[in-house]
Design a protein around this ligand. Structure first.
Ligand code: HSE
Length: 308
């Protein structure tokens, strides 16, 4: 076997109240990567995505991961990666995590599955950090493990898969960029005790909601008093989208990662479709282009879709 093709899912990080510690993988959208071993050393990058990506492997998220794989294994030769990305960088739905985890999982498959999931996480983080400038694993971990994941600790890594509930997800991606570094810069360094108590009450209840497969408990535990109050100012239409989604019967949601995408959970596909349409309507009225997705939680993470 010389070539592996993987599908790497988008992901929603933070998951409402779980700032930096919770995330889940999406069935749509996903990226495709084809990875081939080469006799030539180093990394060759081919971009077949409908947008530009850094061509220098040191600056490219997947390239950096593959360089880390070469360094960790000391194997001869190199890799050629063909990138067919659909998840737009800067969308808030885990584009860089898909690039990082996709490259790590593809390399692992080509090399005969020599790495554990925790090692894959370490490799993927090497790429994720150049895109977001911060060490957070709440996109990369769900992208590798699939489903919903809790990052109890990063040093040492302690990733806890949470059973995904039967929920539908509506995502609206308005076409402007919020840089993760900017969205982190607006956050307060200190959290008042009252807010901390509210937040950990919600995170605990959210985890219980997933274990009980209780949509209402999940919905009301999404409230985020740590990041959302400061970040929503960076996202025109946030309040209107939240209200419109609730009016259509959404359970709850929030900012996907550091934005600008917004997500909402619903119990049925019909409601999720109506919620997505209502979210889209807000951006149409504001004259801002957008994409919407109606999807479900992806239970398996990066998937080997072909090898030859
Ligand atoms: N947890 C990170 C943040 C995700 O909210 O800053 C960034 O995509």
């Amino acid at each position: 076997m010389n070539t592996v093709i993987v599908h790497a899912p988008g992901s929603v990080s933070n998951l409402g109240s779980g700032f930096d510690v919770l995330g889940f993988a999406l069935n749509e959208p996903f990226d495709e990567f084809a990875l081939r071993r080469t006799e030539q050393s180093g990394i060759t990058l081919i971009n077949e995505s409908p947008f530009e990506l850094p061509a220098d492997p040191e600056q490219n998220v997947s390239g950096r991961v593959l360089l880390a794989v070469l360094q960790k294994t000391g194997i001869d030769g190199g890799f050629e990666l063909t990138q067919r990305k659909r998840i737009l960088p800067g969308s808030g739905i885990g584009s860089s995590a898909a690039s990082a985890a996709g490259a790590a999982v593809a390399a692992n498959a080509l090399l005969g599955n020599i790495f554990s999931k925790v090692e894959l996480l370490g490799l993927a983080m090497e790429g994720e950090v150049i895109a977001s400038g911060a060490r957070h694993a709440d996109n990369v971990a769900p992208c590798i493990w699939g489903g919903v994941t809790l990052i109890r600790s990063l040093d040492p890594p302690d990733i806890i898969p949470i059973p995904p509930a039967d929920l539908f997800v509506s995502v609206v991606h308005p076409q402007f960029e919020v840089k993760t570094a900017d969205a982190r810069a607006v956050l307060k360094r200190d959290v008042p005790l009252k807010s901390a108590v509210q937040q950990w009450g919600n995170v605990g209840a959210l985890i219980a909601g997933f274990y009980r497969n209780d949509p209402e408990l999940i919905g009301r535990s999404m409230a985020d008093v740590v990041a959302e109050p400061y970040r929503k100012a960076l996202i025109p239409g946030f309040e209107e989208v939240t209200k419109a989604a609730a009016a259509e019967g959404a359970l709850g949601g929030g900012i996907s990662g550091s934005g600008p995408s917004l997500f909402q959970f619903s119990k049925t596909r019909e409601v999720a479709e109506r919620v997505a349409a209502a979210m889209a309507h807000v951006y149409r009225d504001l004259g801002i282009d957008y994409f919407t997705y109606v999807t479900t939680i992806n239970p398996e993470g990066v998937r080997v879709a072909g090898q030859y």
